[in-house]
Design a protein around this ligand. Structure first.
Ligand code: NAD
Length: 363
């Protein structure tokens, strides 16, 4: 099957649908791959590396879209890209259609087969094509938070690890899922004092078994959160209630009880944020201050480390890309219920129930 990868055209998106390592797996199985010139230039992946992996380099996105049977991307297709999608073509990428009716209409009209990374499921539950980005965001949350605790960045001037004779910073993590656990690993690894808060006691038990008395765990109540915030230096918001906006667990009133110059990193900002005072920010201008507390609320955190993110994403998507290329979309979806849940739009119809519900009309 002819697989194509156009350059991402969404602003500040530098990840690539396929890395040279993924291309090599495809070409090794006899699938020709076309990539647009300059595909990975921003993250150090040259045309030469793609060529060495067996890809053909073409000068324009329209040639990739025009010739490929399977398009592998990162971000949802932009309007100019949707105009190039055609009947029967398979598109495998993040779509996030539920909140994007204009895109849904274009995909339906194209009669293409559109499979969304974010609704592919895993055998043990969970969303395996979202998990790598949560891993990245969780680890990055501590790095970004630590950087903004520095005085020149507006923070209170505290070093996460402390030094001999000076205690470490206190990091409070609210939500102990994929983001929270990855934040915990980095914060604990850096020597911070860490408190993890979740409403899922079983999850707290698991973390307690692994980290023992290196961390404190607390059941999520307003009281526990308020008490933990009082001596927090860095707070990481990482809650998720599937299918719902993030609950506002830290109210504006609670900020008054915090140390000035403390930093809040709201990773859950893509679901509306779990701090009442959160609003989305960008990598270009990532923070703002409310009541003396620094807020970092970047909605696409993995973009800041696009090299790591591109490889992490490819590791997760590659088995599905290989199945689609080897078997064709019909067999690949028939054989794998988890990949099948990724199907959002098929030949003129929205096929994912939750997506159709969210779009709020009969398709
Ligand atoms: P997850 O489902 O693995 O974990 C969520 C956790 O929140 C669960 O352990 C759950 O028990 C806990 N939780 C739910 N309600 C709670 C409450 N009231 N109090 C305390 N804990 C509560 O989700 P995840 O993969 O870790 O993702 C977390 C959030 O981060 C999501 O909103 C996700 O979209 C977002 N995210 C953002 C970025 C970004 O760039 N900003 C990147 C990746 C993920």
């Amino acid at each position: 099957m002819l697989v194509g990868v156009p350059r991402e055209i969404k602003v500040h998106e530098y990840r690539t649908g396929l890395t040279p390592a993924s291309v090599r797996e495809l070409t090794g199985r006899g699938h020709p791959v076309l990539v647009e010139t300059g595909l990975g230039a921003a993250i150090g992946l040259s045309d030469e590396q793609y060529e060495a992996a067996g890809a053909g380099i073409v000068p324009s996105a329209s040639e990739v879209w025009g010739r490929a049977e399977l398009i592998v991307k990162v971000k949802e297709p932009q309007a100019a890209e949707r105009a190039l999608l055609r009947e029967g073509q398979v598109l495998f990428t993040y779509l996030h259609l539920a909140a994007d009716p204009p895109q849904a209409e274009d995909l339906v009209r194209s009669r293409a087969v559109c499979i969304a990374y974010e609704t592919v499921t895993g055998p043990g539950g969970g969303l395996p094509l979202l998990a790598p980005m949560s891993e990245v965001a969780g680890r990055l949350a501590v790095q970004a938070g630590a950087a903004h605790l520095e005085l020149p960045a507006g923070g209170m001037g505290v070093l996460l690890s402390g030094v001999p004779g000076v205690p470490p910073a206190h990091v409070v993590i609210i939500g102990a899922g994929v983001v929270g656990t990855n934040a915990l690993q980095v914060a604990a690894g850096a020597g911070a004092r860490v408190t993890v808060i979740d409403r899922n006691i079983e999850r707290l038990r698991q973390l307690d078994l692994v980290f023992g008395n290196r961390i404190a765990t607390r059941c999520s109540t307003g009281h526990a959160i308020e008490e933990s915030l009082a001596d927090a230096d860095l707070v990481i918001g990482a809650v998720l209630v599937a299918g719902a906006a993030a609950p506002k667990l830290v109210t504006r009133a609670m900020l008054a009880g915090m140390k000035r110059g403390a930093v809040l990193v709201d990773v859950a900002i893509d679901q509306g944020g779990c701090f009442e005072t959160s609003r989305p920010t960008t990598h270009a201008d990532p923070t703002y201050v409310v009541d003396g507390i620094v807020h970092y609320c970047v909605a696409n955190m993995p973009g800041a480390v696009a090299r790591t993110s591109a490889h992490a994403l490819n590791n997760a998507t590659l088995p599905f890309v290989l199945a689609l290329a080897d078997k064709g979309w019909r067999r690949a979806l028939a054989d794998d219920e988890h990949l099948r849940r990724g199907l959002n739009v098929c030949r003129g119809e929205v096929t994912h129930e939750a997506v159709a519900d969210a779009l709020g009309r009969a398709w």
